[in-house]
Design a protein around this ligand. Sequence first.
Ligand code: PLP
Length: 354
Amino acid sequence: MSRFFSEKYSALVPYTPGEQPKNMEYVKLNTNESPYMPSNNVYDAVKKEAEKLHLYSDPQASVITEKIANRYGVSKDMVLVTNGSDEVLNFAFMAYGDKEREMLFPNITYGFYTVFADLNGVKYREVPLKDDFTIDINDYIGKNTTIVIANPNAPTGIALSRDQIEEIVKSNPNNVVIIDEAYVDFGAESCVDLVHKYENLLVTMTFSKSRSMAGARIGFGIGSKAIINDLNTIKYSTNPYNVNRISQVAGACAIDDDNYYMDNCKKIIEAREYTKSELEKLGFFVLDSRANFLFAKSDKISGEELYLKLKENGVLVRHFTSEKIKDFNRITIGTKEQMDIFLGKTKEILEAKK
Ligand SMILES: *Cc1c(COP(=O)(O)O)cnc(C)c1O
């Protein structure tokens, strides 16, 4: 830290992204990217748009915003497109976080929430999951405070039902409930249609996982006009051109090619269920995932040792060191072929320990 750094950030512990190794080719199952390429139309559109890079991007991101609105059955003024969903989440922490009243989210969830809270001086409380890693919705009913829930949750992959989400939203009418649906396309129930019924609901989604565009940085929020209006106030006070030209057209194409991406999700779900049952045959305990990853542990090997040995063998998974989840690894679901490599290496590692 330099002696010039503002005191208000001096204690900030930034988010640690998963490794993006450049030294060798891994079977990369550590950051929940899609194993599938973007659809063909994306390439042509991006190439054409490159000719206009001397011009600012559309601050309203009109084309992609309209396509998202149609896809999700809402009006354009209920959608905000952002630079990854991390950005809309940060905007929401800025807009709805409070210095005194504790914002609530689970103690095991997306690691960025505590960072956004600390960055923005937001007070928060991390609510423990139940012993089976599920969320007890009673912890969030009638709390009169801002709530953030990833559904499905990460890194557990466990989902709440739309009805359970509705109970939480309905019981906190004077506060915003943020539902982070980054992984919803992999088999959970979306609550996005509830934005018509509840003006305090903000749903966030991303093109990074189910739409094969982690590198394009496109996310969006869907909520009542009033909420989207608030978030626009913050956007236009920080970075009006938050989504670049290339990403705007790439994302618009991806919505046009929705069937391609939703078919890929089906393949990933199949590969997930296959991998889960194979891991269980190897004696792993695997949580019930509705996401494009599995969260699994074995009593034959520690989470850290398995992570390190897989890495030596060219397979990268995500290991978290926090006490409550250090026995586990989070394994992104790739293609069936990639999962067979992962399973084969895991089996070899376990056998070598006998
Ligand atoms: C990946 C992820 C995000 C955001 O990803 P972006 O790439 O910024 O869109 C948000 N929430 C959760 C739970 C995630 O796993």
